[in-house]
Design a protein around this ligand. Structure first.
Ligand SMILES: C=C1C[C@]23C[C@H]1CC[C@H]2[C@]1(C)CCC[C@@](C)(C(=O)O)[C@H]1[C@@H]3C(=O)O
Ligand code: AKG
Ligand code: FE2
Length: 379
């Protein structure tokens, strides 16, 4: 844990110091040798030679209430989650226009001058909210080759509010003229909330727990939405867009453009995940792995960089309410009676990744040890 936590940047830095990809799309300047802060260890860079597209889970029948199709979908989900925690969704019911617009609007957003984008930086106490360029204000090494906008999405939020929260995030930081873009992401988050809650039902069925069990658990949650932009990186084989990690959250729905770059670790090897039009990528995260007592795998994945094209993706991270206790239902413990992870609240795990430990492929393991050692009575 030491080598990981030492990457956390303790000093406040001037944001965006000499980052090589600033204004990539507006400038002809080429950066052949990138700063050492962007160089990742060889072990994290091992290439992927195989593809992983399967399984595709067709949600149409489930969404229409067809019992046979629901059982079929839950069986496919179960097999994938027992193995690696990754699958793709087709016929997911999300408006294709909304999906296309959400990706399209990222162009004008990330192409804004850096001075404007940084107005949306660090809008909240935790440093991860708002705009970030390479997380350079948070970490001192292994910087990710990406820019991101991150914001919270409270499940109780209602679009008929005067100024819904996502619209407020964009208009209050970037200006009133960003209300329209804000509304696109507000609608996108609403759609992802519905889809992710529907997925919790499929997961419940697949685990043999009551269908609505996980829906109820996440219904009043507060999720995280992140827009990722991966600039062109001309120096091959040293940088990563996002390093190998498991999402500490519960469930991630990823919408990626057609460039490609997502890779998943399965059967002890890295696999490319070629973009599949009309599909959304889903992966299990640490909170869900803990909720099912380790039965389903939190998916180890990363995003590689591209020498020729910029890449964009949108990640919706389903999270419970901050104070909710993450504890598996009886049914999933009863087998051998032993618990794989201690009880914890989502806010404890979230804070762990923001204050003490940079999320990686073994966050849950290290978090569990930390919880057990820091509580007087262990679990
Ligand atoms: C709770 C979170 C921590 C991260 C953002 C959300 C969900 C995913 C996590 C992250 C993407 C895992 C890889 C490392 C990270 C630092 C990143 O590269 O962006 C992670 C996020 C973070 O702490 O910002
Ligand atoms: O952009 C991608 O393909 C993956 C991003 C990711 O894993 C993340 O943001 O957690
Ligand atoms: Fe991820």
């Amino acid at each position: 844990m030491d080598s990981n936590s030492s990457q956390l940047e303790s000093r406040e830095q001037a944001p965006n110091q000499q980052l090589p990809f600033l204004h990539t799309s507006q400038s002809t300047h080429k950066t052949l040798f990138i700063p050492s802060k962007f160089i990742w260890p060889k072990g994290d860079l091992v290439e992927a030679y195989e593809r992983l597209s399967e399984p595709h889970v067709d949600l149409e029948g489930f969404l229409k209430g067809d019992k046979k199709a629901t059982i079929e979908a839950s069986k496919i989900v179960r097999k994938a989650c027992l193995k690696h925690g990754f699958f793709q969704l087709t016929n997911h019911g999300v408006d294709q226009n909304l999906l296309a617009t959400a990706l399209d609007k990222m162009g004008p957003l990330f192409n804004l001058p850096l001075s404007l984008k940084t107005r949306a930086s660090q809008t909240r106490a935790a440093k991860m909210w708002g705009f970030s360029t390479a997380h350079s204000n948070r970490f001192s090494s292994k910087l990710p080759w990406k820019e991101t906008f991150s914001f919270e999405f409270d499940h109780s939020c209602n679009i008929s509010n005067n100024e819904p929260p996502v619209v407020h995030f964009f208009s209050s930081t970037l200006g009133k003229e960003f209300e329209e873009i804000g509304m696109v992401y507000e609608k996108y988050c609403q759609a992802m909330r519905e889809l992710s809650l529907a997925l919790t039902e499929v997961l419940g069925i697949s685990l043999g727990v009551e269908r609505s069990y996980f829906r109820k658990f996440f219904e009043d949650g507060s999720s995280i939405m992140r827009l990722n932009s991966y600039p062109i990186c001309e120096q091959g084989g040293v940088a990563l867009g996002t390093g190998p990690h498991c999402d500490p959250t519960a469930l991630t729905i990823l919408h990626q453009d057609q460039v490609g770059g997502l890779e998943v670790f399965a059967n002890n090897k890295w696999h490319t995940v070629p973009p599949s039009p009309n599909s959304l990528v889903v992966n299990i995260g640490d909170v869900f792995m803990a909720l099912c007592n380790g039965e389903y795998k939190s998916c180890v994945h990363r995003a590689v960089v591209n020498k020729h094209k910029e890449r964009r993706s949108l990640a919706f991270f389903l999270c419970p309410r901050k104070d909710k206790v993450v504890r598996p239902p009886e049914k999933l413990v009863a087998g051998d009676g032993s618990r794989k992870y201690p009880d914890f609240s989502w806010s404890e795990l979230f804070e762990f990744t923001q204050k003490h430990y940079r999320a990686d492929a073994v966050t849950l393991q290290n978090f569990s040890k930390w919880v057990v050692s820091s509580r007087p009575c262990g679990v």
